[in-house]
Write a protein that binds this ligand. Sequence first.
Ligand code: FAD
Length: 286
Amino acid sequence: MMRIIDILKEKKTTLSFEVFPPKTSAGMETVTKATEEIAKLHPDFMSVTYGAGGGTSDYTVDIAKNLQDSLGVPMLAHLTCVSSTKEDVKKLISLYQKKGIENIMALRGDIPEGGRLAHDYDHATELIGDIRSQGDFCLGGACYPEGHPEADNRREDLIFLKQKVDMGLDFLTTQMFFNNDMFYNFLYRARDIGIHVPIIAGIMPITNAKQIKRSIALSGAELPERFRAIIDRFGSDDAAMKQAGIIYATEQIVDLLAHDVNNIHVYSMNKPDVAEGIQRALSNIL
Ligand code: FAD
């Protein structure tokens, strides 16, 4: 069973991990080793991100294919469109098909600081239409419990999200959040507006102080006081921060499961020890 929507329907709970490709071929060996270690934990599926600039697209599909073929883990390959032409996207979809990738995360991508390389796509919705017309894939999309940083307001963001789902998404995965109440509130509003696909909760274990600034700046996620205190106390001690980050993420997951949010995606960032730490802490729960 390789289609993620089938896995989500079939299993009571799911735990999945996200990895990212190297920037250049020099990093391929290290990344392959780390991602294989994570795959050996046998998560329900894994996802591989896609560099918005377009340069690393081959690595995304190569890593996904390797883990799927060698370790039997169902793979979700990301695809962004903001800097691609229609022609680029068509070729990539064919490549994914050829390599046996059945699941695609259809994303717009962040608008690059130096300007976009192409202007064929404005929103993920257009990409979803193109993928759907070219092949039979299981498709995921991104959603933002605290609103997308570019959105004027959350209500409008949710209306666009509903349009995106209606274009043919099978499931959604959320941006990271550190306060579960944000997620519960979002889930209520999403269901209320008529979004009924599974919504996978995306959890980012913050395991070093540097990562916090980057992640928060990118996502705009609220950092609860309780978490700030952890950073203040342990942020300068790498080993302590890693342990505290894993515990915080695990507690978030326990609370989500207790509230019947049964699909959890961990932004494990090519860190096998972090993925393993979370999985082990949940071994009698998941
Ligand atoms: P969209 O759904 O297109 O939304 C983008 C913005 O446009 C939103 O503000 C939305 O409200 C607005 N909008 C949508 N439709 C319309 C419309 N018709 N008219 C006006 N406004 C509209 N980035 C990467 O580069 N590589 C990755 O692998 C990657 N993986 C990700 C995985 C997840 C789970 C998440 C949450 C994000 C990921 N990102 C990734 C980041 C993502 O590319 C950015 O957040 C990007 O800015 C938005 O992408 P999107 O697909 O959500 O865009």
